[in-house]
Design a protein around this ligand. Sequence first.
Ligand SMILES: NC(=O)c1ccc[n+]([C@@H]2O[C@H](COP(=O)([O-])OP(=O)(O)OC[C@H]3O[C@@H](n4cnc5c(N)ncnc54)[C@H](OP(=O)(O)O)[C@@H]3O)[C@@H](O)[C@H]2O)c1
Length: 242
Amino acid sequence: MNIANKTVLITGANRGIGRALVEEALKRGAARVYAGTRGAWQHPDKRVTPLMLDVTDSSQIRRAAGDIGTLDLLINNAGIAIYDDLSKPQVIEQHFAVNLFGPLNVTQAFLPQLKRSKGAVVNNLSMVALAPVPVISAYSISKAAAFNMTQSLRALLAGQGVTVHGVVLGPIDTDMNRGFDIPKAAPEAAAQGIFDGLDKGQEEIFPDPASQSIAEGWRTGVAKALERQFSAFVPQAAAQAA
Ligand SMILES: NC(=O)c1ccc[n+]([C@@H]2O[C@H](COP(=O)([O-])OP(=O)(O)OC[C@H]3O[C@@H](n4cnc5c(N)ncnc54)[C@H](OP(=O)(O)O)[C@@H]3O)[C@@H](O)[C@H]2O)c1
C-alpha cells in the first residue's frame, strides 16, 4: 500500500515512533492522519485530526470507530515497556492490556472500515518477540503474543482483502529505551522503513539496521515456513494462496 491520498490512524501518536510516523505519513501525501493520543494534543497540519484513544479503554475505542467513517491504514503503535523479573502478575497483565489486547481490540473495532477500503493493519512489534530480553520479560512475552496474533489476523483476514503487517523493530532512540546504552536508530528513519516496507507489501517489515540483520533469516526460517503451512487451515487463505 502507498499512503499517498490515504487515510491512516496511528495510535500512540504524540511522541516517539508514533510521532515520527505522523510526520512521515504527511510527507508521503496522506490525505488524513488520525492521531490517537491519551491526552490533549495538537498538530499544525490541517490533515491531522487528534483523537482521544487509550487503547485499553473500550468506550474510547468504540467512540473512535464510530466517529471515523473511512480508514485505509491502521498502525497499532502504542505500547509500554517496564523493567520486571516476572515476579508481579499485574505488570504482565499491564503489558498484555496495552501491547496485545490494545491492538487486537482497536483492529476489531475498525474492521468494517478496513474491509470496505481493502485496507491494511500494521502492528509495531519488536525483535524481543523472537527472543526475550529477560530484563523486560513481561514486555517480551506481550510482543511475542502480539506477533503471533498478527500472524493469525493475517491469515484470517486475507480472504477479506485486509493485509496485516508486523514491524520487527530493533532498538529505536525514544523514551521507551532511554535506559539501554546500545546503538539505536532514529525514530524518523524507522518510520521511513515502516512505510517503505508497506509500499513493498512486506508481511514482516524490518525497518532499522539491527532488525535488517535478521530479516533474511526470518523470511527463510522454519517459523515463517510453519506460518504459511498453518495458515492453509483458513479456507479463504488457502483459496488465495492457490
Ligand atoms: N523504542 C524502541 O526501541 C522500540 C523497539 C521495539 C518496538 N518498539 C515499539 O514501538 C512502539 C512505539 O514505541 P516508542 O519507542 O515510540 O515508545 P514511547 O516513546 O514510549 O511512546 C509510546 C507511545 O505509546 C503511547 N501509549 C502508551 N500506553 C498507551 C495506551 N494505553 N493507549 C494509547 N497510547 C498509549 C504513549 O502515550 P503517552 O505519551 O500518553 O504515554 C506514547 O505515545 C511500541 O509498540 C513499542 O513497543 C519500540
